[in-house]
Design a protein around this ligand. Structure first.
Ligand code: PBG
Length: 320
């Protein structure tokens, strides 16, 4: 056997490539900032901005033209409070942005929304706090149900619960169905780990979090538990499940892919983006090659869908 025979030319290599990365498999996460009059750069994520409502519309049109698989919206409200009331307000920034984007792209681009309270709470946690300052699981579920109804009413195709509350998928499914939104799909952030690589995201959403999320997000030591979380979410009605972060958890992506019978997504998160961009800015790695290698590795691990801040750029690279 001489394996090099099939590596001799680009065409031969493509013929036998086991893994593909296509624009339709990529979802672009975007931030929209309430009251912004121009896009605000995020210093720890060079090339990524907090959009205005208008610049978000343009980004969504571009994403549709590039044939991306979807756009995932995160809102940055002007005011935060203890219960994250901006998240359920139909006039809240995330809900109006969902409506803006849905009106702009129609069915050409699936519109997805982060369903979590951390961008909207003044304490920065993903849920409501009890009198002892602990995140109250079941009280939070009621707010998630209301948030799901608001996002569906605004026109979301897919909601993405990312708060890691137990039982959140079942509650959201029931809320959607009860509101006549049984067509709205759930992309569950099922195996979401408490990660240091979320650092730049906290700047991206002006997070006020003090401390960490270790009482609700998973411990990075656990892979079996990641599979258990995914199976629980499928049983509760998740249409797709997600592993997050991607790169430090590629083994979990593979295990979840092998364990469930729904599409699996992986989130190539802010810190993964920032590391590569920083090294490339120093001239230490070939930026474009490293981006495509990163996305290929996540697909090879088993992700059907990849959320990545490089989605639009990668689509352009793949077409070139
Ligand atoms: C929570 C949420 C986070 C991210 C997506 N949804 C932050 C967190 O859990 O701390 C991180 C995304 C990224 O780092 O790119 N709403």
């Amino acid at each position: 056997m001489r394996p090099r025979r099939l590596r001799r030319t680009p065409a031969l290599r493509e013929l036998v490539a086991e893994t593909s990365v296509r624009p339709r498999q990529l979802v672009l996460p975007v931030f929209v900032r309430e009251g912004a009059t121009q896009p605000v750069p995020i210093s720890s994520m060079p090339g990524v901005v907090q959009h205005t409502r208008d610049s978000l519309r343009s980004a969504a049109v571009e994403a549709a033209e590039l044939g991306l698989g979807g756009i995932m919206l995160f809102g940055v409200p002007e005011a935060k409070d203890a219960t994250g009331s901006g998240a359920v307000d139909p006039a809240g920034i995330l809900n109006v942005a969902i409506a803006d984007v849905a009106a702009e792209v129609g069915d050409a681009l699936p519109v997805m929304a982060d369903l979590c309270l951390d961008e909207f709470t003044d304490h920065g946690h993903c849920g409501l706090l009890d009198p002892h300052g602990r995140v109250d699981n079941d009280a939070t579920l009621e707010v998630y149900a209301e948030m799901a109804r608001a996002q569906a009413a605004a026109g979301a195709d897919v909601v993405g619960p990312s708060g890691m509350m137990d039982g959140q998928v079942a509650v959201i499914r029931a809320a959607l169905d009860g509101a006549g939104a049984s067509d709205v799909a759930i992309l569950a952030y099922s195996a979401k780990y408490a990660s240091a690589f979320y650092g730049p995201f906290r700047e991206a959403v002006d997070s006020s979090l003090v401390g960490d999320r270790r009482t609700y997000q998973q411990d990075g030591a656990n892979a079996v538990e990641g599979v258990r979380e995914a199976l629980l979410d499928v049983a509760q009605g998740a249409d797709m499940v997600m592993v997050k972060p991607a790169l430090a958890y590629l083994d979990v992506v593979r295990r979840v892919r092998d364990a469930v019978d729904v599409p699996v997504a992986a989130y190539n998160i802010s810190g993964e983006y920032a590391m590569l961009e920083a090294a490339a800015a120093h001239g230490w790695i070939d930026r474009e090659a490293a981006i495509l290698e990163t996305l290929t590795s996540i697909r090879r691990a088993g992700a059907d869908v990849v959320l990545t801040y490089w989605a639009a750029e990668a689509a352009r690279l793949l077409r070139a």
